[in-house]
Ligand binder design. Structure first.
Ligand SMILES: [Zn+2]
Length: 262
């Protein structure tokens, strides 16, 4: 599942292809907006908010998309054949480029002044200009009885974290995922660490490989994520894999019972 850094990179690719150019084609393949047509309007810009993408178009319109589990945006020169079947949810094209949204989990078209209805509930965005670790910690602290593992994934507390960053950040701080928020001593330190790792990943071009160890070789990129049953890089204990919380795709948790004791 794409996390905040992947969405942030996607916004950058969409800006490069669409910003300031007039749309020569728009094709919404979702029932709700099947008749929408943005042809003739220039794209202002695309920004990311946590895992959401907002593409602002002339005339105070915003196209809101979310990659959810396995969505993506493919940018190619205009006129290239688009993938077959029902994978395509949205096409935005200008004379030079086409952006093709595949398997998008959400596609909405709203007035730009209504963006808050879609993303106003989000906590501070780890990669946004409004990033505020104290506010993120304050929101977490308000749910002191919840497990830290679940609270970190709740986008209302802070926006951008998914299962990879959750597992890696908790490992690096030595925190058992089922510890309650109230039992975590330094919430500001925890969210600041998550932000630093994500920011470091946001700018390099390896979407398939989140690096939290500092070592970009494919087998060495993470501490616990993707390493169930293998020895911990710090203590040698076999990495545990389990499930926590709700949400069908976001239950996966990996941890080291040696480094993250109860
Ligand atoms: Zn360990």
């Amino acid at each position: 599942m794409p996390e905040g850094d992947a969405v942030h990179r996607t916004a950058g690719r969409l800006r490069g292809a669409l910003d300031g150019r007039v749309l020569t084609r728009s094709d919404f393949r979702v029932p709700r907006h099947a008749t929408a047509d943005l042809t003739g309007r220039a794209v202002v810009t695309t920004v990311s908010r946590g895992k959401h993408l907002l593409t602002r178009v002339e005339g105070d319109l915003t196209v809101h998309t979310h990659l959810r589990m396995d969505g993506s945006w493919m940018v190619t020169p205009a006129g290239r054949r688009t993938p077959p079947g029902d994978l395509v949810r949205l096409v935005l094209a200008n004379e030079r480029w086409q952006a093709v949204g595949l398997r998008l989990g959400m596609v909405d078209l709203v007035r730009t002044d209504e963006e808050a209805r879609l993303v106003g509930h989000l906590g501070p965005d780890l990669l946004g200009p409004d990033w505020d670790p104290d506010e993120a910690a304050r929101r977490l602290r308000a749910e002191s009885g919840r497990t830290i593992g679940e609270a970190l994934l709740d986008q209302r507390n802070l926006a951008g974290i998914g299962t990879i960053y959750r597992a890696e950040t908790l490992f690096l701080r030595g925190i058992w995922p089922w510890r309650t928020v109230g039992e975590v001593e330094d919430l500001e330190g925890l969210v600041s660490l998550a932000q630093r790792i994500m920011a470091a990943n946001a700018h390099h071009r390896a979407p398939a490989g989140t690096v939290t160890t500092g070592d970009r070789r494919p087998a060495n990129r993470t501490w616990v994520y993707g390493r169930a049953g293998r020895p911990c890089r710090r203590c040698g204990t076999r990495i545990s894999r389990g499930e926590m919380g709700t949400g069908p795709q976001e239950r996966l948790i990996l941890w080291c019972a040696g480094c993250q004791p109860r």
